[in-house]
Every structure is written in structure tokens, then in C-alpha cells.
Design a protein around this ligand. Structure first.
Ligand code: GLU
Length: 469
């Protein structure tokens, strides 16, 4: 194991967002690439907004994506005593102080500053006051350095410098005694010995404050890598407005985890012009320094293309397992009918999602109850009945256990009767599936079996005769 220690630190206030998943992925890849340690930390100090359901949803999303962690999940809410201890340490060292300014006073000062065109900033009233006004409520503020600058070298964005005068004395403990966000993050990252903090660049403004806290506490400052945001097609930050943003919703829409992972890794990271990466390849090639500086736009078409690729090349047995819940959602049971794995093999060439595949698999288990009449109407009814009779007779002579053989039988029927393939294949496809969008005729016949094929052809023949009568 190398010394590298990274963490993913979601706040459990919703589901696992694709942006969060990408942050987790980059952390995970770096850890796996370097033989480091990947830690999962749940940032649940905001008790009002954090929920158990959200924690479960985040863990479920991580597991589905295969982003396994080495330590944790740790919960910030378990560390309150530790945060308190460090607040006290800073107070004792004179690096933090109690501030008794009331919310009303601070509000009034803030309003005045804005009216006068000054930046609203804590004016330091309690910073130098030694005497405490008894048992009045107070917050604890960090005594931030006054002059100079705070800088860090971001692994993605390069050198970043903030003038200290822009950073006022941060509240590290509220009047109710609870620690605040930036403070907890520093204590956790330091006590978990995090060496590299990879997170969304919406946190970039927190970093100088955190760097100051590390320095005040005498902790080594980790490296930082702020990953640019993911945007929607209109270049606004990706949100529900643009479509699904929850990882689990992508699962439910029929995406494969490897397709989503492959899609996410390329949102910001590149390795030449390569597009397709197995997990092993990603791990081997990942370099945080190759993450781009600009935001990326979420492109569902590309995700669909990748998903189709992974479905096409996927193991049919695994796909069959993954397809089952989607079939159940359509109330299709596979107990009576062909083996699901053979069905998958006929569909994986063309499906973009498992939901699409499930929809296309229905006819194998539920014989059509109606037909694409418009498509049927393109054929002469008498001829259709003759075609169906000839096909049935031919199929009954065969064992039909491979698609090539069956296709040859259809060719024979055509040759013997001087029919074109279009006059035979399409009507049979309608007979077997109800419509014209279905796999190759040989594949369907083999998958359904001769008996069921003949049953369905007889059924459509009855239907045609009834319509004629
Ligand atoms: N809890 C923060 C979030 O969900 C992450 C903070 C961090 O990674 O430092 O945005």
C-alpha cells in the first residue's frame, strides 16, 4: 500500500448524483492506480437535512457502480467530541476566540456595510476582547491571519491564491455548541490522514479557509484537486431540469454500471482519443493531472452509445439476470417460454438499454394478442395464408435448432414458390412478434421453438380468416 489516502465525502441530503459519483470515481481510480486507500465519509453534521434514506441511497449507488471503499463509512456525527476537543485546543492557543456579538448586531453591521458599498465581513469586535460578558451565548471564531495571502497548488487548476483580507474570522462552533462544516472537514481529513482531497470545484472557495485551519492546528496540508462541474446541454450546472441526475435512476432506466462508469470517467478525464475503458484499463491509465480544467457537458447520446456497446459485448447470462427486474416491471414472467439467456442473445446486438431490451423481449413470453394491421395490410391476404401454410409445412420438417438452418428453410420456401424473402420474412415476423421490429427470423424461430412458432402462425392465419369472413 502506498501512502496515498483519498476520500469521498458526500452529504446525505439526497441521492447519489452523477457529479458526486464522478468525484467518487476519480478518488477510487487514483487510490487503485497508486495502491492507496479509499475512504468513505458521510458528512452528516447538518442534522436537519441528513437522512438515513439518503445514506442508504448513496451506499446503494456506490455499490452498484462497483466503487468499493477500503475504510468507512465513517459518520461525522460520531466525531462531535473530537471536533469539540480541537475547538478547545484552538481557544487555548489563542488561535480562536469566543464571539458574543448577537445575530441582530451582526445583521445590522452587514446591512450597513452593503449600503456603504463595503464587503460585508466580520469587523473583529470580539477578536481582541479578553473579558467575557458572563454566561451569554457565543460562537467560536477562528482567528484568521490578517495580512498576506493563502495559496495552494491545485493538481487540476494549478496555483490558486486568495488575499487573506478577503477571509474573515470563520465561525467554527455555533452558539448551540455544534461545529461548522469547514472545521469538521479539516479535522476529519487530518485525522484520517488524507493526502489528496479530490472534490467538486464548488468547494474551491472553502479551501483557503481550510488551509489556514490546517496551518493553525499544525497539521500537514493535503494536496487538493478540484474537479470542474458537469453541465447540462444549456451549459447550466447539471440538474434534474436536464433529465436524470441520480445514479440509481440510471440503473432503473436500464444502464449498465460499466457503461455509466466509462461515461463518467470521460467527463473531464482523457487518455488520448480513447473512449472505451474497462475498469482495469481506467485504473491503469488514470492520472489526476489529466483531468481537464473546463466543465463538461452531459451528453445522453454518448452514454447511450456506450451502453449499447456494453450490452452488445456483455455476457448473456449476466445480462439475463440484470434484465429480470425490467421484465418484472412489465409484468412479464419468464417461467413459461424460452430460456432468458437465449432471448438476450437475439436482442443484445441492437438494444441501447435494458429497458428497451425488456420491451423487445416481451413477445417471446407473451404471444401477440394483436398485430400491426397496417404492416399486414401491405400483403395480399390470400397470399399471406398460402405463405403461412408453406412456412408451417417446411418448419415442421426441421429440428430448427440453429438460426442458420432456419434461415435456409425460409430461403427454400421462397425458392420453391418464387416468392421474395420480403413476402415471407416480414409476415412471419408479424405472426411471431406482433410487429415488424424484431430480431432475425431464424433467431426468433429457434428461440421460440418449432411448436410455438407453428402455434403462432396458425393463430395469425385464424385471425386473417376471421377478418375475411
Ligand atoms: N460534503 C461535501 C459535498 O457533498 C464534500 C466536501 C469535500 O469533499 O470536502 O459536497
Amino acid at each position: 500500500m502506498s501512502e496515498l489516502r483519498v476520500r469521498f465525502a458526500p452529504s446525505p441530503t439526497g441521492y447519489l448524483h452523477v457529479g458526486g459519483a464522478r468525484t467518487a470515481l476519480f478518488n477510487w481510480l487514483l487510490a487503485r492506480n497508486q495502491g492507496g486507500t479509499f475512504i468513505l465519509r458521510i458528512e452528516d453534521t447538518d442534522v436537519e437535512r441528513s437522512t438515513k434514506e439518503s445514506v442508504d441511497a448513496i451506499l446503494e449507488g456506490m455499490k452498484w457502480l462497483g466503487l468499493d471503499w477500503d475504510e468507512g463509512p465513517f459518520y461525522q456525527s460520531d466525531s462531535f467530541p473530537l471536533y469539540k476537543e480541537y475547538v478547545q485546543k484552538l481557544l487555548d492557543a489563542g488561535k480562536a476566540y469566543k464571539c458574543y456579538c448577537s445575530a441582530e448586531t451582526l445583521d445590522a453591521k452587514r446591512t450597513l456595510a452593503m449600503q456603504e458599498g463595503r464587503k460585508p465581513k466580520y469587523d473583529g469586535t470580539c477578536r481582541e476582547t479578553a473579558d467575557s460578558p458572563g454566561d451569554q451565548p457565543y460562537v467560536v471564531r477562528f482567528r484568521a491571519p490578517e495580512g498576506g495571502v493563502t495559496s495552494f497548488d491545485d493538481l487540476i487548476k494549478g496555483a490558486i491564491t486568495f488575499p487573506n483580507e478577503e477571509l474573515d474570522d470563520l465561525i467554527i462552533q455555533r452558539t448551540d455548541g455544534t461545529p461548522t462544516y469547514n472545521f469538521c472537514v479539516v479535522i476529519d481529513d487530518a485525522s484520517m490522514r488524507i493526502t489528496t482531497v479530490i472534490r467538486g470545484d464548488d468547494h474551491v472557495n472553502n479551501t483557503p479557509r481550510q488551509v489556514q485551519l490546517y496551518e493553525a492546528l499544525g497539521f500537514p496540508v493535503p494536496q487538493f484537486a478540484h474537479v470542474p462541474m458537469i453541465l447540462g446541454s444549456d451549459k447550466a450546472r447539471l440538474s434534474k431540469r436536464h433529465g436524470a441526475t441520480s445514479v440509481i435512476v440510471y440503473r432503473d432506466m436500464g444502464y449498465l454500471p460499466e457503461a455509466l462508469i466509462n461515461y463518467l470517467v470521460r467527463l473531464g478525464w482523457s487518455n488520448g482519443d480513447d473512449e472505451i475503458f474497462s475498469s482495469e484499463e481506467m485504473i491503469q491509465k488514470f492520472d489526476i493531472g489529466n483531468v481537464g480544467r473546463s466543465a463538461s457537458v452531459f451528453n445522453t447520446e454518448k452514454l447511450n452509445w456506450l451502453n449499447a456497446h456494453y450490452i452488445k459485448n456483455g455476457d448473456p447470462e449476466r445480462l439475463a439476470d440484470l434484465l429480470l427486474p425490467h421484465l418484472s416491471a412489465l409484468e412479464v414472467t419468464t417461467l413459461n417460454g424460452p430460456e432468458l439467456m437465449s432471448v438476450v442473445k437475439t436482442l443484445q446486438e441492437r438494444a441501447q438499454t435494458l429497458v428497451e431490451m425488456a420491451e423487445r423481449a416481451v413477445f417471446y413470453y407473451n404471444a401477440p394478442v394483436s398485430y400491426d394491421e397496417a404492416a399486414l395490410a401491405k400483403f395480399d391476404k390470400e397470399l399471406l395464408l398460402t405463405v403461412f401454410a408453406a412456412v408451417t409445412a417446411k418448419i415442421l420438417t426441421a429440428t430448427a435448432n440453429n438460426a442458420v438452418e432456419v434461415d435456409a428453410l425460409f430461403k427454400e420456401v421462397c425458392a420453391e414458390n418464387s416468392w421474395k424473402m420480403g413476402q415471407v420474412g416480414q409476415p412471419v415476423r408479424i405472426a411471431l412478434s406482433g410487429g415488424t421490429q424484431a430480431p432475425g427470423i431464424g433467431e426468433i424461430v429457434v428461440t421460440l421453438g418449432v411448436e410455438e412458432t407453428v402455434r403462432r402462425i396458425n393463430k395469425i392465419s385464424e385471425h386473417l380468416k376471421a377478418a375475411k369472413a
